[in-house]
Each structure stands twice: as structure tokens, then as C-alpha cells.
Design a protein. Sequence first.
Length: 148
Amino acid sequence: MPSGERLPGPLGALESTVLDACAGREEWPAQVAAGINAGVDFVICNSALAETWLAEMEPDQLYRSHYEPMITRLAGLIRYRAPVDSRLPVSPDEALVAGIVGLVGDHVRLGRLDRLAALKPELVQLALLPYLGFAESQEWANRSAEWR
């Protein structure tokens, strides 16, 4: 697992939540799915805290000291046990994670938390697609949608 100092503020709590969820699953795709589901649930439950924390930071400071390290660390979680030999040729994991984080952030900013919860299986499929292909990533997305 990625190591290092814990991220500050709500990002540290988010990272801990994701790591705990991943630890509860045996197979790598299940770990990714559990981490995404837990991360989205964390954001939904703590959206006011995240918005307040983000509002207090300068955009430049936010990007350099928080956003970029968060993307790198979450991408590391995906990469940790990923089946690299079967990965399809696509953009780097950081771009994939940044896209997922962007989608989640847009839903929070627009107040669409209800839609965000429904988006979890699609985010799981997006994360697994480069490694597993369409059919298997969709199977894991559907399976994770049944987890509570």
C-alpha cells in the first residue's frame, strides 16, 4: 500500500475510510470497488465539511499541497495490486483518478448528492475498465452495487 504521511483535514479522513474499505476485501477488483463506494459515501456524508474546508484554501495552495498528493495516493491504491500485465493501453492512473474525483466534486458542488450515490457503479466500472475490459469491469460494478 502507498505509505507516507497522512493527508491533512478531510482528505486524511477520506483516505483512511478508503483504505479501511479496501482492507475488508480479498480480490483486487473488490478492493477498488469497495474503496470507491466508501469514498463516495464519505463525500456524501461529509459534503458540508469538505465545502467549508475547500472554501478556506487558496486555489494554488489547494492544488499543490492537497489535490495533487490526493490524486497520486488514490492512484497508488489502484496500482498497488493491479494486474499490470493485463492492463489495456490507456492514460495513466492519475488521469483516471482525477476524472473520478472531478465527477464526484462536480456532483457535490451542484448539490446532486442523490445522483452521486447512484453513480457509484459507473465510477467502479470506469476505474476497473483499463485493467479488466468492459465485461468484467461491468460485472464488478454490478456486483458492488449490491453491497451495503
